[in-house]
Design a protein around this ligand. Sequence first.
Ligand SMILES: [Zn+2]
Length: 190
Amino acid sequence: SGHSIVIDPGHGGSDTGAVGPTGVTEASVTLAVSKDLQSILENSGARVTMTRDKDVDVYGPYASDRQELQARVNVGEYTPGAEIFVSIHCNAFSNPASNGMETYYYAGSPRGERLATLLNEELEKAGGLFNRGVKTANFYVIKHSSMPATLAELAFVTNPKEEQLLASPAYQMKLAEGIARAISRYFSGN
Ligand SMILES: [Zn+2]
């Protein structure tokens, strides 16, 4: 309650993101989980800013990656009092057996690392998938956000079993509840 959180549902609009074997898109999953998360946080008294809340590009259709990702960073930067930036994605790989969940932070951000670690713990508990760990990366949105930032890869949309889980509203809600718990722990210091 009382905190200000930026949620970034990855992809959208002209960019579906990764697509699973039966056609589930990363953009649809990230939006569904993010909207569930928004409801949970707002019902708890938090202030939530979404980089997008429907199936659209944030900068505009067919922009460069840099333009699109900077537009998402800007949503956070231009939100007065925004405290953390949480970017939601799904993983993809050519081998359909690849599976599991992982979370990221930008190296050199201790608060980003803390947030990514809590998110990793809670996503493991909520989703029950193989835990690929907490990792560093230079992903644009976590590198260029001035506030503590994390990026979650919820599961592999290219894995048939995980694709079905990601498409399930009940599973989407479970993941959102896990992310909300991680955010709550981040602010309460447990
Ligand atoms: Zn993605």
